[in-house]
Write a protein that binds this ligand. Structure first.
Ligand SMILES: Nc1ncnc2c1ncn2[C@@H]1O[C@H](COP(=O)(O)OP(=O)(O)OP(=O)(O)O)[C@@H](O)[C@H]1O
Ligand SMILES: [Mg+2]
Length: 165
């Protein structure tokens, strides 16, 4: 019998639409201050799941990869904000500090981060980490792992809405 770690969850996505929907389910659970990292090679679906998360969180803003502007800000009717950061173009984490990533973490805003490995030094220890893996043209392996009580709770709730258990 395999041991299922409480702090992680695996999901097999068969299509971009399914990755988007799984993101929506997660986004519905996002609270102020949550940090969600999305790691994976080019084209594995980081922006696709981020789009779902932002939709589920409740924005009507267009969600695109912030590769060139580094950070996007999404709004919601209740005036709260969700940030979407892409570290792809950063070579050193000092750049991230310069654009205020650290300040955002200190302000406890909700933030989605693509290419988090590139800013590993400034990412809070406690976070939800999503690793996306290319399996074939239409399938992706999604691995969710939680560090810290807030994210273990989040993952538990997420598991319930996804698997009903
Ligand atoms: N199951 C799947 N889940 C997500 N995307 C998929 C899936 N199957 C195929 N795709 C395709 O893979 C691509 C994923 O693109 P996306 O921009 O989300 O990736 P990314 O990881 O953000 O890439 P980048 O590193 O360039 O930012 C899209 O073209 C999408 O249609
Ligand atoms: Mg992307």
């Amino acid at each position: 019998m395999p041991i299922i770690a409480e702090g992680s969850l695996d999901f097999l996505s068969h299509s971009p639409e399914q990755t988007l929907r799984i993101g929506v389910r997660l986004g519905e659970l996002i609270q102020p201050g949550d940090v969600v990292c999305m790691a994976g090679d080019l084209g594995t679906g980081k922006t696709t799941i981020a789009r779902g998360i932002a939709r589920g969180w409740g924005t009507l803003d267009i969600v695109t990869s912030p590769t060139f502007v580094l950070i996007n800000e999404y709004r919601r009717a209740d005036t709260s904000r969700l940030y979407h950061f892409d570290a792809f173009r950063l070579s050193e984490s000092i750049d991230a500090i310069e654009i205020g990533l650290l300040e955002l973490f200190e302000e406890k805003v909700s933030i989605l981060i693509e290419w988090p490995e590139r800013v590993a030094e400034v990412i809070p220890e406690e976070r939800l980490w999503i690793s996306l893996r290319w399996l074939d043209e239409s399938r992706r392996g999604l691995h969710f792992s939680a560090v810290g009580p807030r994210y273990e709770r989040l993952l538990k709730d997420f598991r319930k809405v996804v698997f009903g258990g």
